[in-house]
Design a protein around this ligand. Structure first.
Ligand SMILES: C=C1C[C@]23C[C@@]1(O)CC[C@H]2[C@@]12CCC[C@@](C)(C(=O)O1)[C@H]2[C@@H]3C(=O)O
Ligand SMILES: O=C(O)CCC(=O)C(=O)O
Ligand SMILES: [Fe+2]
Length: 364
């Protein structure tokens, strides 16, 4: 994945003035939000794999194939009740429907993680995205008190807390299945489980809002990126918008594939830490969100990884076609720092030659 080549790639500069337009009331895409080209790769239809956690689809062999070829899948049978998903969507909509000056009271500080703001990756692009985001790391109470100073914060907080608690269980199951699907030797499996067991996982909740856009072919909801997580579990409302980048393979050149909304399903996206942990075997999936003319789409990403300071190191054989390359051990906290500085070059920056293969011939 790379930044849209027709849009200037810029180093992040937190002091850059941010533009907070009330996108819903804009009648024409302003130059600040007009992307020169969204068609870096063709958009094609391909059925996105579905894994039923409660059924035979959850077989490790199936999962290994899906992780290797897609790095993403829809997940059903996850056990999250539909009324919790409905409340999650309605609280997310209630937040973004607030007036801009109210949302800005809970703005994310320039050096912080939590709060309201433009997509964090905005600073790498010369054009702004057609979206707004709200990141929750830890307790949502302080945010809720700033957003709704005169109301009971529990309506918002209970939903976000219940959802996070339940997603942790789902994420734990998904990560464990993915590790099992690698067929690791018992010692390696034990090492892989350190920091990735369900009780150890940490996460942030990212709420995203994509208002209707008067000219969707010129605007970008969320530019192509990979998540830094082990896995991200994404809930999308009944409107499509998420696209996965499929790398060039025997079926054709690189292409965007839209993930159609599937009632009750969540989407699993492999993140950069999974690529590191699996020694490049399960690659993180580049994805983006496109916008549409008529519907206000929202999504909620449960972005999940090991404890922030746990050093994750690769397990399993390095993946071909670069057999001697592996990644150095890194913590999520340190990796986020690299990502904030280097964006899509962060993974490459921690690649190292694998000394254990030193006498096996040419290295890459
Ligand atoms: C823990 C984090 C992952 C994230 C950066 C963050 O500190 C909080 C927001 C996350 C998010 C959500 C939208 C896409 C993304 C790339 C971004 O800009 O902010 C991810 C970051 C990530 O996964 O690296
Ligand atoms: O809204 C979407 O479909 C994508 C959101 C996303 O990629 C993210 O929050 O990291
Ligand atoms: Fe993402």
């Amino acid at each position: 994945m790379s930044a849209n080549p027709t849009t200037t790639f810029m180093p992040c500069s937190p002091s850059e003035p941010q533009q907070h337009l009330e996108l819903e009331s804009v009648r024409e895409v302003p130059d600040s939000h007009a992307w020169p080209a969204l068609d870096d790769h063709p958009t094609v239809y391909e059925p996105v794999p579905v894994v039923d956690l409660a059924g035979p689809d959850a077989s490790v062999a199936h999962l290994a194939r899906v992780c290797e070829s897609w790095g993403a899948f829809q997940v059903t049978g996850h056990g999250i009740r539909s009324d919790l998903l409905e409340r999650l969507e309605s609280e997310t909509r209630r937040l973004f429907a607030l007036p801009m000056d109210q949302k800005l009271k809970a703005a994310r500080p320039s050096n912080g993680i939590s709060g309201y703001g433009l997509a964090r990756i905005s600073c790498f692009f010369s054009k702004l995205m057609w979206s707004e985001g709200f990141t929750i790391s830890g307790s949502p109470v302080d945010h809720a008190l700033k957003l709704w100073p005169d109301a009971d914060p529990s309506r918002f907080c209970d939903v976000m807390q219940d959802y996070s608690d339940e997603m942790k269980q789902v994420a734990g199951r998904v990560v464990r299945l993915m590790l099992l699907s690698m067929g690791l030797a018992p010692e390696e499996m034990k090492r892989a489980e350190e920091g990735t067991r369900v009780d150890q996982l940490s996460a942030v909740l990212q709420l995203n809002s994509y208002p209707p856009c008067p000219d969707p072919n010129r605007a970008m909801g969320l530019a192509a990126h990979t998540d830094s997580s082990l896995v991200t579990l994404l809930f999308q409302s009944g409107t499509s918008g998420l696209q996965l980048l499929r790398r060039q393979d025997q079926h054709g050149p690189a292409r965007w594939v839209t993930v159609p909304p599937r009632p009750g399903a969540l989407i699993v996206l492999a993140g950069d830490l999974l690529q590191i942990l699996t020694n490049g075997r399960y690659k993180s999936v580049a994805h983006r969100a496109v916008v549409n003319r008529n519907h206000h789409r929202v999504s909620v990403a449960y972005i999940c990884g090991p404890p922030p300071h746990h050093k994750l190191s690769p397990v399993g054989k390095p993946a071909s076609p670069a057999p001697c390359l592996a990644y150095r051990a890194v913590s999520w906290a340190d990796y986020l720092g690299l990502k904030a500085e280097l964006f899509d070059k962060a993974l490459a920056s921690i690649m190292v030659a694998d000394d254990s293969r030193g006498d096996e011939g040419i290295c890459c």
